[in-house]
Design a protein around this ligand. Sequence first.
Ligand SMILES: Nc1ncnc2c1ncn2[C@@H]1O[C@H](COP(=O)(O)OP(=O)(O)O)[C@@H](O)[C@H]1O
Ligand SMILES: [Mg+2]
Length: 305
Amino acid sequence: MQTVTIQKLSKTYPGGKDALKQLSLSLNEGEVFGFLGPNGAGKTTTVKLLTGVLTASSGSCEIMGINPNTQPEKVHLLSGIVTEHAQMYDNLTGIENLIFYAAVFGMKPEEGKQRGELLLKELEMTDAKDRKLATYSTGMRQRLSLARALLHRPKVLFLDEPTSGLDPESAQNVNQMIHNLACKEGITVFLCTHQLRYAQEICTRYGLIEQGSLLALGTLQELRKQVFTSQSLRICASAIPASLHFQKRKTNEFETKIHDKKEIPVLVRKIVEAGEDIYSVNLTEPSLEDIYFALTASRKEDQTI
Ligand SMILES: Nc1ncnc2c1ncn2[C@@H]1O[C@H](COP(=O)(O)OP(=O)(O)O)[C@@H](O)[C@H]1O
Ligand SMILES: [Mg+2]
């Protein structure tokens, strides 16, 4: 089932900025979708359109078949949102904040407390639940914000740069929690970020956006195939026959490009048959960062032609 559908969605801000240009994509239930792009690419604009905060200039979007502009209250019940700088009450404790926001979603105080405590436990925040928010670190605030977004058991969770401003360790923790919660609660996650390395650890599919346009869409494997036709194979060996056309990187380390994994055993056999010793064989798969930079570089080349 598709939980988020976006069709030819465009947004021009008053003043003429085309922040989003004909964006089309759909998310399946339970997917952790990484919406990736640099600052100013149009990620937050997309989330605002999907949550009914902004109205599209053209095109359409739906959350579980519901239009966020005509039925925003229904969309709010179905979705949770975590933004870069979550605003909550500094003079209330963590759990008091959650009980307050649960009431906003129509939950009774006891129900809000139970659900809040469960989420805080999952987010490893039980020890801090009775402390005033004023004493929380940025990482703890982001985790509390995640708990708040999940109070009413949303079907879709929008995360707009949830780990920006966090140190690498806290960012990794928050990401792992997002992943675990998404798996456990079967939630569809729409994660906007420019931190590609973290995204690669938790997302199941990606959309790469730049200047309001979608550059590519797919799983890591699909994107690798779209962007790179070959992969780097690095072999450490006593020597490699010149006929195999490897390039020497350093002592006993050689590299070549292959187009299919099936080439590996053939090459290894030839090296061994030539009487050489092999110490290691490594296939370097392009990371999300490699894909992203290759895509943006080719786009820049197109623009200069
Ligand atoms: N309220 C606004 N009025 C005019 N331009 C805006 C407004 N909000 C965002 N923009 C512009 O729209 C573009 C996309 O912004 P945004 O969606 O915030 O990008 P991202 O979240 O990917 O960093 C940027 O060029 C930004 O300056
Ligand atoms: Mg943004």
